[in-house]
Design a protein around this ligand. Structure first.
Ligand code: GLN
Length: 502
C-alpha cells in the first residue's frame, strides 16, 4: 500500500508535507466526533437511569434504542453519500449534516422524552450527510496512488480519536457534576466548533475546487418549483419525525426489521453495479465489499463499548474515583492516539522491506485481537471482590488490545475503500463502508439484549450480574476468535483470486 507510487497533489497548498486542507478537515472531524462521542458516552446510562428507569426491562429497551440509533446513524451515510455524489457535492453536504447534528445535540439538552427521540433523529439525519463526506473529502485531497494518502488517513483518524478521548471525559464530568443536559449541551457546542473549522477552511480556499456539486445545473434544478439544493434539506428535516417515531417504538423494534431488508437491498444493488463493471473494477469492488463485511463483525464486538461495557463498568468495575462509567468511553480513543502513529510507521517499515501484510491478513489479525480482548474481560470474574467488583486493570487491558485490532482494520479500510471504489461512486462506497457499523449495531443490539439485566433496582450489580457479563464476554471472545481464524485461513485463497488487488 505505501509502496505504490510517487505522484502527489502539489498544486494545492501544503502543510507538514500534506495538503493544507487535511488540517481543516482534521479539526472539523475532531469536533464533530467530540459531539458524537461525548453524547454516546452518556446515552446508555441516560436511558437506563432516566428515560426507562421506571420499567424492569430497561436494559432491553435501552439495548434496542441504542442499536436502532447506531444502525440508523451509520446507515444514513449511504443516502448522504449518494446525494452528495449526485447532487449536493461534499461541501454543502457537510454543512447540512453539521447543522442538523448541532441542532440535535442542543435539543438533547432539553429535558423531555419526546425531545430525546427527536434529537436522536436529527443526529441520525445529520450524520448521514456529514460523516461519509468528510471522510471522502480526505481521500479527494490526494491524487490516485499518492504515497501520503494512508498517513493522511492516519492523521485524520487521530483527529477523530482526540475528539473521542476528550469528549467522554468532559461531557461525563459535566453530566455527573451538573446534570445530564449540560453534558449533552457541551456536545452541541463541539459540533458548532467543527462547522466553524470547516467554514474557515473554505474561506481560506484550502480545498481548491474540491467538494463542489458535481453539476451546477443539477444542483440548481427545480423540482416542484424548488431548487434541489433547497429541497434536499427540506426533505431531510421531514424525515426527522419519522425516524424519531421508529426509534421510540422499541417494543416493535421496527429498525431491526428494516435492517434485514436493507441488507438484501444493498447487496442486490452492489451486485448490479459489479455486473456492469469491467473485470479489474469488479475485483476491486468485490474486495471493498469483503473488507466491509469483516469490518462489520469487528464493529459488532467493538461497539459494545458504548452499551454493555459501559453498563458493566458502572455495575461491576471498581472505578474507585479513577473515572466515572461514562468516562471509560475515553479509553479506546486514548489508546488509538498512543498507538496510531507507531502502527502506521510499522506498516511503512514493513512496506519498505516488502513485508507489509495484505489487507485481509490485517483484518484477520484485527478480529483475533478483538477476541483476545474479550477473553481478558471474561477472566476478570476470577478477581472479583465480595460485591462482584473487578479491578479496573481488566478494562484497561481490554481496551488496549481491541484498540490495536481497530488500528489493524479501520484506518486501513478507510484508505482502501477510497482506492478500491470506482470514482463516480466513491462517496456511496464510503456509505457502504459505514454500513458495516450500521449492521454492527444490530449485532450489538442482539448481544446487549442477551446480557440485559431485568430489575427496577437502580443500584443493580453484584456477583450475579457479574457472571451474566463474564459468561457473555467469554462467548463473544469465542466468536471473534473463530471469525479471525476463518479470515486468516481464507486469506491465501483471496490472494490467488484477487492477484494484485488488495
Ligand atoms: N471510531 C471511528 C469513528 O468514529 C469508527 C467508528 C465506526 O465506524 N464504527 O469514525
Amino acid at each position: 500500500m505505501l509502496d505504490k507510487g510517487v505522484s502527489t497533489t502539489t498544486e494545492d497548498p501544503q502543510m507538514f508535507g500534506h495538503p493544507k486542507g487535511l488540517f481543516y478537515l482534521f479539526f472539523a472531524e475532531l469536533w464533530e466526533r467530540f459531539s458524537f462521542y461525548g453524547m454516546r458516552a452518556l446515552l446508555t446510562l441516560y436511558m437506563v437511569q432516566e428515560i426507562f428507569k421506571a420499567i424492569a426491562e430497561r436494559d432491553t429497551a435501552t439495548a434496542v434504542v441504542y442499536a436502532s440509533y447506531g444502525s440508523l446513524v451509520y446507515a444514513s451515510t449511504v443516502i448522504g453519500g449518494q446525494i452528495s455524489d449526485k447532487i449536493l457535492g461534499m461541501r454543502s453536504s457537510i454543512f447540512l449534516g453539521g447543522i442538523l447534528m448541532a441542532v440535535g445535540h442542543f435539543v438533547l439538552a432539553v429535558e423531555n422524552d419526546v425531545a430525546f427521540f427527536v434529537a436522536l433523529a436529527l443526529i441520525v439525519v445529520g450524520n448521514g450527510f456529514f460523516k461519509p463526506n468528510i471522510s471522502t473529502f480526505v481521500g479527494a485531497l490526494y491524487e490516485e496512488g499518492d504515497v501520503r494518502k494512508d498517513s493522511g488517513f492516519t492523521i485524520f483518524y487521530m483527529g477523530i480519536n482526540i475528539g473521542g478521548f476528550v469528549a467522554p471525559l468532559l461531557c461525563g464530568w459535566l453530566a455527573a457534576e451538573y446534570g445530564w443536559h449540560y453534558g449533552f449541551g457541551l456536545a452541541g457546542i463541539g459540533m458548532m466548533a467543527g462547522l466553524i473549522f470547516f467554514w474557515s477552511g473554505i474561506k481560506k480556499n484550502v480545498f481548491g475546487d474540491k467538494g463542489m456539486p458535481p453539476s451546477k445545473e443539477i444542483y440548481e434544478k427545480q423540482i416542484i418549483g424548488i431548487p434541489q439544493k433547497t429541497l434536499i434539506p427540506i426533505i431531510a428535516v421531514l424525515f426527522v419525525p419519522v425516524i424519531a417515531y421508529l426509534l421510540s417504538s422499541w417494543q416493535q423494534n421496527y429498525v431491526g426489521g428494516i435492517f434485514k431488508f436493507i441488507g438484501f437491498a444493498v447487496l442486490a444493488y452492489l451486485g448490479y453495479i459489479m455486473y456492469s463493471l469491467d473485470s479489474v473494477a469488479r475485483k476491486k469492488l468485490f474486495m471493498a465489499v469483503l473488507i466491509t463485511f469483516f469490518m462489520t463483525l469487528f464493529w459488532g464486538f467493538h461497539e459494545l463499548s458504548g452499551s454493555v461495557i459501559t453498563l458493566f463498568a458502572s455495575r461491576n468495575v471498581a472505578l474507585d474515583g479513577i473515572m466515572s462509567a461514562s468516562q471509560t468511553n475515553a479509553l479506546n480513543s486514548m489508546f488509538i492516539i498512543i498507538l496510531a502513529i507507531p502502527i502506521s510507521l510499522l506498516w511503512g517499515y514493513l512496506a519498505k522491506n516488502k513485508l507489509n501484510p495484505r489487507t485481509p491478513y490485517k483484518f484477520g489479525l484485527g478480529l483475533l485481537l478483538a477476541g483476545a480482548s474479550f477473553y481478558i474481560l471474561s477472566l476478570s470474574g476470577a478477581s472479583a471482590d465480595a460485591n462482584g467488583m473487578v479491578p479496573f486493570t481488566y478494562l484497561l487491558v481490554m481496551y488496549f488490545i481491541i484498540s490495536i485490532g481497530e488500528l489493524f482494520m479501520s484506518p486501513v479500510g478507510l484508505s482502501k475503500i477510497t482506492d478500491l471504489s470506482p470514482k463516480n461512486i466513491v462517496a456511496f462506497m464510503m456509505g457502504v463502508w459505514f454500513l458495516s457499523s450500521a449492521f454492527a449495531f444490530q449485532i450489538v443490539g442482539f448481544i446487549s439484549e442477551q446480557l440485559a439485566i431485568e430489575s427496577t433496582d437502580a443500584n443493580v450489580g453484584g456477583i450475579e450480574t457479574l457472571s451474566v457479563y463474564t459468561d457473555g464476554f467469554h462467548l463473544i471472545a469465542l466468536y471473534a476468535l473463530g471469525a479471525g481464524a476463518i479470515v486468516l485461513l481464507f486469506s491465501p485463497l483471496m490472494k490467488k483470486l484477487m492477484g494484485n488487488v488488495h
